[in-house]
Design a binder for this molecule. Structure first.
Ligand SMILES: [Fe+2]
Length: 244
């Protein structure tokens, strides 16, 4: 059985609170001894080099493979430089080829904007990764959910032009799920005929409009949480786990 620990939106901002919550989530994920840890964006709260240096310490020395992608709070150039050792500010797309699974995390960020979009370079990259591993179960992840989740605040800044992603996914029948973050709430829906599984929040939890009048609609008191995706005999099961 394949085990993926999915952490998202750690929003490291230099405060002890957010660093501690991020560390708790990542430590819990690591202790599961999963096949990989996925970090789907909003890694730094302001995209600052100093924030990524804190993240680099949090993920350092980990012998579990870790793949990540940026979110709208990230700064591509700084993330690439500090976390990936790469120059430039191209989309930060990352693939992990395991023996029994392919994980492709796409950069859905648009510099300076809260909503998301996959540009041509990223979609071509995704198509190439999926074409190279036919028959191997594939997980396609990104920060922005490609479908509405019933939270207007988040839905307004979801992935734009999702049909472009659906077209690529439609060419590859070995994709088993689409993974996302951004909404800070454990949610499950469908997109392009696939499960669309959204990681819960680490620094806060997104609430439905009929749960709160707050704007942004978040709860700061609920514990950090992660998603644990299991793949067994081609079928995915997701568990959502608050982190002590
Ligand atoms: Fe976020």
């Amino acid at each position: 059985m394949l085990v993926l620990a999915h952490v998202s939106d750690i929003h490291v901002d230099g405060t002890e609170r957010n660093t501690s919550r991020a560390a708790r989530a990542l430590d819990y994920a690591r202790a599961l001894r999963p096949d990989a840890i996925l970090l789907t964006g909003d890694i730094a709260d302001n995209g600052a080099v100093e924030e990524y240096e804190i993240v680099r310490e949090l993920i350092k020395g980990d012998d579990v493979p870790l793949v990540l992608c940026p979110g709208n709070h990230d700064a591509r150039g700084n993330l690439r430089k500090v976390l990936l050792g790469l120059d430039g500010d191209h989309p930060a797309n990352q693939a992990l080829n395991l023996e029994n699974a392919t994980i492709a995390l796409c950069d859905s960020s648009i510099p300076g904007l809260p909503e998301g979009r996959l540009d041509d370079e990223t979609l071509d990259w995704l198509d190439g990764v999926l074409s190279a591993t036919p028959g191997v179960p594939a997980f396609v992840g990104m920060h922005h959910p490609a479908a509405e989740l019933g939270i207007p605040y988040v839905d307004g800044i979801r992935l734009r032009e999702p049909e472009r992603l659906a077209r690529v996914l439609g060419r590859h029948d070995h994709v088993v799920a689409v993974l996302a973050g951004h909404a800070h709430t454990a949610a499950a829906t469908t997109f392009a005929g696939l499960p669309l599984l959204v990681a819960p929040g680490v620094v806060n939890t997104g609430l439905l409009p009929f749960e709160t009048d707050a704007l942004p609609p978040v709860d700061l008191t609920l514990p950090p949480a992660i998603a644990i995706h299991l793949l067994d005999d081609g079928r995915i099961t997701t568990h959502y786990r608050p982190v002590p």
